[in-house]
Write a protein that binds this ligand. Structure first.
Ligand code: HEC
Ligand code: HEC
Ligand code: HEC
Ligand code: HEC
Ligand code: HEC
Ligand code: HEC
Ligand code: HEC
Length: 363
């Protein structure tokens, strides 16, 4: 009897690995060691639509391999100077070289990884004296050229080595890879062998081998791969998407970042009176993670109107009341675009609200 019970538990146990109870969930940034990623080329056989559109999305391209970098190919020579230092990023064949010189000495390194598909900007990761460095200067789309990397000191660097960029600890480098790639960090360690640049299928759904195997042998593939559609709205927003986009778990830290926290959508939306555990206000209510971002305000109206119906209806259904000012393009007034100075980019404030004229940025 005991044996049968154990078998049952273990049998069921392996099947429910990807169900949604907290201990068994796939966590996008915490891949265990020794997992085998299959890659999108396996998923495409049965989920072609998702693979085609997701690979073209900003998340799918969150890290560009240098050889196919659109940004680096389109800007074959970029220069910048700060005090005595001159920077140059130069393309030759499929390689790009990052050079900094003070006129006497020069450090010149191949760019290893380009982070970000470049809608706001792109930052470079280099290797120098056995450590990873974040480039001191980054590409900005608005400038079509270089400026200081966000967070980098804007004072003239005190040495050539400091002018190169910021030395990253192993932990920090791991964090960059965990948020911008698939399988780049396993068991807490950087693992370039299993890495695919960009946030792809298995970054969010976990390794797909068992799922594919089951379907190919005529069984059900359900529960053998993590499906976030079974999460509650708040778990999806403040845990799953927030594992990279950052949210309420880091409330005080993010609050202290003042205007820079407008980048952290789960944190921002948490402030809003609209926000609750309701799936109609979860990240996925407005964004399909398998598609590029929709940039027309009209696309979002129907999302607001699932809750903000007309006054009479609202009262009857106990729902939020509609607007006295606008009937369309709701996000254009209630989700303002906020310029983050050092980012040369206007982020969409996910703190949905009535925006007061001349208001101070609400932290
Ligand atoms: C041979 C076909 C096939 C391949 C290959 C395949 N899938 Fe699936 N997938 C399915 C089918 C069919 C379903 C519907 C569930 C079922 O009936 O088993 C499904 C369901 C899913 C689900 C929902 C699971 C659930 O529990 O609700 C996810 C997520 C998923 N697939 C992701 C992937 C990813 C990621 C890959 C690549 C690693 C992949 N699939 C490869 C056929 C496939
Ligand atoms: C593994 C980390 C990770 C997870 C998990 C993640 N994202 Fe992202 N997401 C990113 C990164 C990195 C970018 C920036 C890509 C770029 O611009 O290079 C991004 C960008 C985006 C964008 C902007 C697209 C654009 O065109 O500007 C949207 C929308 C988005 N994510 C939605 C979501 C949603 C919704 C979820 C949860 C279902 C989610 N993300 C989960 C890492 C992640
Ligand atoms: C906690 C997860 C996380 C970590 C760690 C992280 N990023 Fe990101 N990164 C994101 C998300 C999410 C976005 C999209 C939202 C935004 O622009 O802030 C993003 C955006 C970017 C962008 C702008 C992309 C674009 O298309 O405009 C660059 C460049 C970038 N990250 C570089 C880096 C570098 C370099 C590191 C390591 C030093 C790093 N990131 C670490 C999650 C992360
Ligand atoms: C940024 C995270 C993210 C990435 C990357 C991602 N997905 Fe998903 N996927 C989700 C979320 C979240 C859901 C649940 C959506 C919902 O609840 O509306 C989902 C749902 C699914 C489903 C199940 C749909 C259903 O009806 O239950 C399939 C199948 C799937 N994804 C396949 C893929 C494939 C294939 C890829 C790679 C091309 C991929 N996903 C990449 C986050 C992601
Ligand atoms: C899940 C349902 C839901 C969705 C979706 C939703 N809201 Fe709300 N919203 C609410 C609730 C509930 C309130 C609070 C009503 C109250 O306190 O009377 C609210 C309040 C508001 C307020 C007043 C906020 C304040 O600070 O006084 C505005 C403005 C608003 N919503 C706009 C929007 C817009 C624009 C969208 C779409 C981008 C949207 N909402 C989507 C439920 C929702
Ligand atoms: C009520 C609708 C709504 C919800 C819910 C929502 N977003 Fe957005 N999001 C938008 C709109 C509107 C834009 C701006 C689109 C445009 O015009 O470029 C946007 C843009 C973005 C961008 C691109 C960067 C920027 O600042 O423009 C990212 C990243 C993003 N959303 C992530 C998320 C994440 C993560 C969640 C969950 C916390 C989320 N969004 C929830 C409506 C929404
Ligand atoms: C042209 C800008 C604009 C547009 C577009 C707009 N609103 Fe508003 N909205 C406002 C302003 C301003 C207020 C505050 C009005 C007041 O207090 O009299 C407001 C108030 C609200 C309120 C709070 C109502 C209350 O009394 O608490 C809600 C909810 C709301 N809007 C939802 C929406 C929705 C949903 C849409 C899209 C269908 C939308 N708004 C389109 C500017 C706009």
């Amino acid at each position: 009897m005991v044996v049968v019970l154990c078998l049952l538990i273990f049998g069921v146990g392996s099947k429910v690995f990807y169900q949604t109870s907290p201990g068994q969930r796939w966590h996008p940034r915490r891949s265990p060691a020794n997992v085998e990623f299959k890659g999108d080329q396996v998923c495409v056989e049965c989920h072609k639509k998702q693979v085609v559109t997701q690979s073209q999305s900003a998340m799918g391209m969150a890290m560009e391999p240098v050889a196919n970098s659109k940004v680096l190919a389109a800007n074959p020579v970029m220069t910048f100077s700060s005090g005595p230092y001159t920077y140059e990023i130069k393309r030759k064949d499929k390689q790009s070289t990052y050079t900094v010189t003070d006129g006497k000495e020069t450090i010149s390194l191949p760019i290893l990884y380009a982070f970000g598909q470049g809608k706001a900007g792109q930052t470079y990761v280099l290797q120098y004296e056995g450590a990873y460095y974040e480039s001191l200067v980054s590409f900005y789309n608005e400038l079509r050229g270089l400026d200081f990397t966000i967070g980098a000191p804007r004072t003239v660097p005190e040495s050539l080595k400091k002018a190169l960029g910021r030395r990253l600890s192993e932990n920090e480098t791991g964090n960059c890879f965990a948020c911008h790639s698939t399988g780049g960090v396993t068991g807490g360690k950087i693992n370039l062998g299993t890495m695919t640049p960009g946030v792809r299928c298995e970054a969010c759904h976990g390794p797909g081998g068992a799922h594919v195997m089951a379907i190919k042998t005529g069984e059900s593939g359900r529960n053998l791969i993590f499906n976030p559609s079974r999460l509650g709205g708040d778990e999806l927003t403040q845990e799953f998407c927030a594992s990279c986009h950052r949210g309420s778990d880091e409330f005080s830290l993010l609050r202290s970042m003042e205007i820079n926290n407008v980048r952290f959508q789960p944190y921002r939306i948490f402030h809003s009176k609209c926000y609750s555990d309701d799936r109609r206000i979860a990240c996925t209510a407005c964004h399909d993670p398998h598609e590029p971002l929709r940039q027309n305000a009209a696309h979002y109206d129907s999302k607001c109107l699932t809750c903000h119906v007309s006054k009479g209806q609202a009262a009857a259904q106990g729902l939020a009341v509609g607007c006295r000012v606008g009937t369309k393009d709701c996000t254009s007034c209630h989700m303002p675009k906020i310029e983050v100075p050092a980012a040369h980019f206007k982020f969409t404030d996910h703190y949905i609200r009535v925006v007061k004229s001349n208001e101070k940025f609400p932290n």
